[in-house]
Design a protein around this ligand. Structure first.
Ligand code: SF4
Length: 362
């Protein structure tokens, strides 16, 4: 069983208008005191007297991890002591990196870069409150290759205000010409407590139009050689995110930092959303209960590989009943899933209505 370590870096230059991730806007750097706090937590969980957990994957997420210096990243990797050939990912925002900093991350041991491209349309980026322009994203992808990264992911947001197929096409071209090997593609979600939640932007596509953009993106990425392996993730062969697969396969992961979530041995917990408390070591970890069958089914049906029905029966004692099989056969006829004696797999169209299918059937 693989083990993944997630380190949350809750600092950002500004706050994007749609974002509800826990991060402190107005930051130009990550204080050393925060790196110290993360190292203390790693020592507590991974290298305490009774255990020595060496991660198979290490993920710097945020926030904006590329506000860290290469020396800070090197220190955290050293403290985490990942296994040889571990996948080590760092999320980078285009306006925060230079060729030198990317070279520094690579030398520190980062071997996978995830670049927040989002759109190739500058007007759109301004509307979203992103601090970068498309030219900076293009340059970051070039620099990433020059710095020696072969495993590069790019984020692509879909169904943005006034969205068009032309914007989708331009953004995909920027990513593909920039040499990415992996694309994470998300529909814009309006979260209630964000500026977009309080004042929704004009020109948002309706649900059906957003779904059409998603299916168009899936088809376009397939044509370009990016296979869909999860609802929102697409990769060239061999470049699937090993870290994220740990989440979806319900294997063990530990998240350190305010608002970071963990699931270890089927027990779920998270750190409170309290940066000052984390810095001071005042940690009241919140228990979230046990991983259950419904979460397992939900996570597995996100994957193109689908839900292994034999494993569902062995691990959770659940076997499909006649009524459920009849419903799934109806979904199959509608092009939403495929059902074989040992596997349930949603199609891209089915993934769009995953919640409804699972609620009805399970
Ligand atoms: S850079 Fe990322 S984490 Fe920071 S505010 Fe924007 S979307 Fe949120």
């Amino acid at each position: 069983m693989a083990f993944g370590l997630y380190l949350h870096i809750p600092y950002c230059e500004g706050k994007c208008r749609y974002c509800d991730f826990y991060s402190k806007g107005g930051s130009r750097e990550v204080p050393d005191a925060y790196i110290d706090a993360l190292v203390r937590q790693m020592q507590h969980f991974c290298n305490c007297d009774c255990t020595s957990l060496r991660p198979d994957t290490l993920y710097f997420g945020g926030g904006t991890p590329s506000l860290m210096t290469p020396a800070q990243v090197a220190r955290l990797i050293d403290a985490a002591s990942p296994v040889p050939k571990a996948e080590i990912t760092l999320e980078a925002n285009p306006d925060t990196v230079t060729l030198e900093s990317l070279r520094g991350y690579r030398r520190a041991g980062v071997n996978r870069l995830s670049v927040g491209v989002q759109s190739a349309n500058d007007e759109q980026l301004r509307r979203l409150g992103r601090p970068h322009a498309a030219a900076a994203a293009r340059r970051t992808l070039e620099w990433a290759q020059q710095a020696g990264f072969e495993n590069i992911s790019g984020d692509l947001m879909l169904a943005l205000p006034h969205y068009t197929s032309a914007e989708l096409e331009r953004t995909l071209s920027l990513l593909i010409e920039g040499g990415v090997t992996h694309i994470s593609s998300y529909l814009l979600k309006i979260e209630p407590k964000t500026p977009f939640g309080l004042h929704p932007p004009a020109g948002l596509p309706d649900e059906d139009t957003a779904a059409d953009f998603y299916l168009e993106a899936v088809a376009r990425m397939a044509d370009a050689g990016f296979a869909q392996y999860e609802i929102s993730n697409f990769a060239r062969p061999g470049y699937e995110s090993r870290h994220n697969l740990i989440y979806w396969n319900c294997e063990d992961y530990l998240g350190l930092g305010p608002a970071a979530y963990s699931c270890m041995g089927g027990i779920r917990f998270h750190y409170p959303l309290d940066l000052n408390g984390f810095l001071k070591g005042n940690l009241d970890i919140v228990q979230d209960g046990k991983l259950d069958a419904s979460e397992y089914i939900m996570l597995r049906t996100r994957l193109a590989d689908g839900l292994d029905l034999q494993r569902l029966s062995e691990r959770w004692g659940i076997r499909l009943q006649e009524r459920q099989i009849r419903m799934l056969r109806a979904c199959e006829k509608a092009g939403l899933c495929t059902l074989t004696p040992d596997r349930l797999t949603l199609t891209p169209k089915g993934m769009l209505v995953q919640n409804s299918i699972l609620t009805e059937v399970f």
